[in-house]
Design a protein around this ligand. Structure first.
Ligand SMILES: [Zn+2]
Length: 463
């Protein structure tokens, strides 16, 4: 930096024009070099790859306003704002622009575009090498964390190769059957999925244990995992939503802390590669459930904050964060009103997956008071008289489930001024965030396959 300062001083010195011109030339060269954060020959020892499933620009922006301290005039920057470096396109190789999580995760894990539903295979259903597999080949320690089942599309696309994301049992089998250097590909796995790993026909958890993996099945006992390899499965399928988890809402943060602490002390001399997924931002957005989405974003943001701190302190790590696609067509503001009611969003204490069944279980001819009290078990603002009438008529409707779902969503969306355009995915570019060694390589607009290609270079040249 002192060379830039020297250049500026010379620039202002009119005594010797020739000398100044020569110095400017030299100075500019020196400054251009100093702008490169890391020498190109320096490669990260460790890579932390975080994926917010379904996390579009509107999702991270809505979290900024949700997290805003209303006592201060400014809107505080979030960890997403601090780490933003670029954007990524997400379209699959499918004659369509809208990707699913499997095709996008395959692009992010392998650098190869594929069809929707593909798990680590190309359009011809041939297996493609993934970043996690390459890291393992190179003698790095490998890990995955997800709040979905660990054999769900995103983590699966880093570990397994299957023509369909729906072949959950086959994918779970691959986690132990497929080996690199005579060992399972992943040294550390934390998430949900006991119903796929402890089955009638096969107990994969016991098989992992017999290979020396330590195992826990209770999220509050994460700290009992103190050796690698390790496996933690905390739910039959996905973990409960953050908004519904009173005891430990920030499960991705908790798993991330355990994973990075274990990897910091126990990984091989060659470092580690870990993929950490905030899986359920997507699930909440599929349900057009704003409070649920905010809970997941908060948990994922906290996990990123920990990973950022780890990366800064460690000095040999590259942290890269992106999304596989956006979900729900989330709109911050709706119905022509110029406002978004974060205070109302914060008053919703349960997901729609809890609120809707609570109403469906009511008798047909309940009183207004029962409707209001059922609502108030989950939401801190009152229903109006007309909203109570609407829910009562939904209860006696022939299409009770559809009508109740529609009306409860409408009440929440109209009150909070939240808009959604779809129950599926959208094709808008997603953001790319990065920190640490060679993070500048991810600046600007890129394709999701480019992210993987750049990461392969960060791995491969390490040989
Ligand atoms: Zn999805």
């Amino acid at each position: 930096m002192h060379k830039c300062l020297w250049r500026n001083l010379l620039k202002n010195n009119a005594i010797n024009k020739l000398f100044t011109i020569a110095a400017i030339t030299l100075g500019i060269t020196a400054c251009a070099n100093s702008n490169v954060k890391n020498d190109v020959n320096t490669l990260p020892k460790n890579i932390i790859f975080m994926i917010g499933d379904g996390m579009g620009v509107a999702h991270t922006t809505s979290y900024r306003y949700f997290a805003d301290d209303k006592a201060t005039k400014e809107v505080e920057r979030t960890v997403f704002d601090e780490l933003l470096v670029g954007t990524s396109s997400t379209y699959p190789d499918d004659n369509t622009y809208v990707t699913d999580s499997a095709a996008s995760a395959t692009a992010l894990s392998s650098g190869v575009k594929s069809y929707n539903g593909a798990i680590g295979v190309d359009v011809n259903k041939k297996p493609v090498l993934t970043l996690l597999e390459r890291a393992k080949q190179l003698g790095k320690t490998t890990g995955i964390v997800s709040s979905s089942q660990i054999n769900h599309a995103t983590p699966a696309s880093f570990i397994a190769h299957n023509e369909s994301r729906r072949n959950y049992n086959q994918i779970a089998d691959a986690y132990i059957d497929e080996k690199i250097n005579y060992a399972p590909k992943v040294d550390l796995m934390l998430g949900g999925g006991t119903s796929y790993f402890i089955r009638k026909d096969r107990n994969i958890v016991n098989e992992f244990k017999s290979l020396g993996y330590s195992y826990v099945d209770d999220l509050t006992k994460l700290n009992e995992l103190n050796t690698l390899p390790a496996l933690g499965l905390f739910a039959p399928v996905g973990l409960p939503f953050a908004v519904d988890s009173d005891a430990l809402p920030n499960r991705v943060e908790a798993m991330t802390k355990t994973a990075l602490n274990l990897l910091a002390t126990q990984s091989s001399d060659n470092g580690f590669f870990i993929m950490i997924e905030g899986s359920q931002i997507d699930w909440c957005a599929h349900g057009n459930d704003v409070a649920c989405a905010m809970g997941e974003l908060e948990d994922f943001a906290k996990a990123i904050e920990y990973a950022k701190q780890f990366t800064e302190e460690n000095g040999e790590t590259l942290l890269i964060i992106t999304a596989d696609h956006a979900t729900g067509g989330l709109s911050i503001g709706a119905n022509g009103t110029y406002d978004w009611k974060t205070d109302k969003v914060k008053q919703i204490n349960s997901s729609l997956a809890v609120i809707i069944p609570a109403f469906l279980s009511l008798e047909k001819d309940v009183t207004d008071k029962v409707i209001q009290s059922t609502w108030k078990k989950h939401v801190d603002f009152d229903l109006s008289a007309s909203q109570i009438e609407t829910l009562k008529s939904a209860l006696s409707s022939k299409l009770k489930k559809e009508k109740m779902t529609r009306e409860i969503k409408a009440i929440i969306n109209d009150t909070t001024l939240t808009g959604w355009t779809t129950g599926g995915h959208t094709a808008g570019d997603v953001q790319v965030f990065a920190s640490g060694v060679n993070s500048h390589l991810f600046n600007g607009q890129q394709d999701n396959t480019d992210i993987a290609k750049k990461l392969f270079k960060q791995l491969n040249s390490a040989q």
